[in-house]
Design a protein around this ligand. Structure first.
Ligand code: HAM
Length: 419
């Protein structure tokens, strides 16, 4: 039996890959406008990084990591998300204050052992940004605005931004107790996961689809924010309003990762079935210290690329695919074929997208290929024409044919492309 790809992974094939390139180029170009610079960190890290960073009691670390012991007897894990690795690199390479606030972005694969379904994979890709060194609420707003602008410029419709504050450790400790008190009478009825969350991470019960009915009327974190957290949350909203980014406050928004403080947010879009979250992020003021650095604040986001593509498809939004060929070259006869190799190289060096036949096929089959590549021009060179120093060029859109001198050919094609 032939070998197949692992469950929950995808081959990204020509035809589809152009859409990925388009989205990735948009991400890079947008980051440049917002003054974020790229960082690339390893796909695998010491397992301890994610235990300390993402949190021991999260689903991601408890159940979803691809963890293995390497030949040196170390526990390694494929990265389930991007933030922990970027924080580690920031600390290890002492990027503090370069030049003042470090604004970084990344694009790459992440791995989670989840039950695959539409929009949920075991290997998926995130575009993420992280900004270190500023507590100012304007940077929380900037991060949220960057994600929103990204979706907008790609053409996604009806994207909602939900925001919440998860407070600081002090207000969270108070809220944690309130939540435990609230769920105490129904503790035995909660699902198995939530029974263990009750002691370890009770806020996560609010996020459970199964126990939703027990969460109705639960106190919200916003009722327990202290002065500092309230002021910060209000300022983030003020900045977003000034930027005309539409937001919806969702006091029940709890993220699946432990490192958040203050701002937490998610982007939602309809169209991909049960899963409607297409991206999320927030502030993480204690994380750099937890990973072993001097305690710099941070804020960032992660957007799932597969989910963007699914929403674009569901909403019928077209994005540009491969640019067509400029010239398809056909050589008829032995000498002409050699000349074609030379002309092809000249066209490509001159900046044109050019192709020829490699299978010794007849003229008709080659014309079909030219059609399939959506070539703008087909250039035909026979031995007789070569002897006369000429080449026939057919404009595919109109069917019109012209004879050009071989000497002018490359320059003429270049001129056409520039039109
Ligand atoms: P996250 O909410 O776990 O956050 O993931 C961010 C996004 O990654 C999700 O909204 C979704 O689009 C995509 N995603 C997550 N899991 C899967 C999956 N199994 N299949 C397909 N797509 C998926 C984080 O990862 C944080 N690191 C975000 C962040 C950055 N917070 C601060 N900085």
């Amino acid at each position: 039996m032939s070998i197949q790809k692992p469950k929950g992974t995808q081959d990204l094939l020509p035809g589809e890959i152009e859409k990925w390139q388009y989205i990735e180029n948009k991400a890079r170009e947008l980051c440049s406008r917002f003054n974020y610079r790229e960082i690339r960190t390893p796909i695998f890290e010491n397992t301890e990084l994610f235990q300390r960073g993402v949190g021991e009691t999260t689903d991601i670390v408890e159940k979803e990591m691809y963890t293995f012991i390497d030949k040196g007897d170390r526990s390694m894990s494929l990265r389930p998300e991007g933030t922990a690795g970027v924080v580690r690199a920031y600390v290890e390479n002492k990027l503090y204050g370069e030049p003042d606030v470090s604004k970084l972005y990344y694009i790459g694969p992440m791995f989670r052992y989840e039950q695959p379904q539409a929009g949920r994979y075991r290997q998926f890709h995130q575009f993420g940004i992280e900004a270190f060194g500023a507590v100012d609420p304007s940077i929380d707003a900037e991060v949220i605005a960057l994600g929103y602008t990204f979706y907008k410029e790609l053409g996604l419709k009806d994207v909602t931004v939900e925001i919440n504050s998860v407070g600081n450790p002090a207000c969270r400790a108070v809220y944690r107790e309130k939540i435990q008190q609230f769920f105490a009478p129904v503790k035995d009825k909660l699902c198995k996961d939530c029974q263990s969350r009750y002691d370890r991470n009770p806020m996560r019960i609010l996020d459970c689809k199964i126990d939703q009915k027990y969460g109705e009327g639960a106190p919200t974190i916003l009722e327990y924010l202290d002065e500092e957290c309230t002021v910060h949350f209000q300022a983030v909203q003020d900045h977003l309003n000034a930027m005309e980014i539409p937001i919806r406050i969702n006091p029940r928004l709890v993220r699946g990762l432990d490192y958040y403080t203050h701002t937490a947010f998610e982007y939602k879009a309809a169209g991909i079935g049960a899963i409607d979250t297409i991206g999320g992020g927030g502030r993480y003021n204690g994380l750099v210290g937890q990973i072993g650095g001097n305690d710099q604040p941070g804020v960032g986001l992660g957007l799932g690329m597969e989910r963007i593509l699914l929403v674009l498809q569901a909403q019928g939004v077209d994005i540009p695919t491969a640019p067509p060929l400029d010239v398809y070259l056909i050589g008829l006869g032995e000498t002409a074929e050699r000349e074609v190799t030379k002309l092809l190289q000249q066209l490509r060096v001159a900046g044109l997208k050019a192709e020829k036949d490699y299978l010794g096929r007849k003229m008709k089959a080659q014309m079909k290929s030219a059609d399939r590549y959506h070539a703008s021009f087909v250039a035909i060179l026979g031995d007789d024409e070569l002897a006369r120093g000429e080449i026939t060029v057919k404009t595919m859109a109109t069917g019109e044919q012209q004879t050009l001198s071989l000497e002018q050919f490359v320059a003429a094609m270049q001129k056409q492309k520039a039109l």
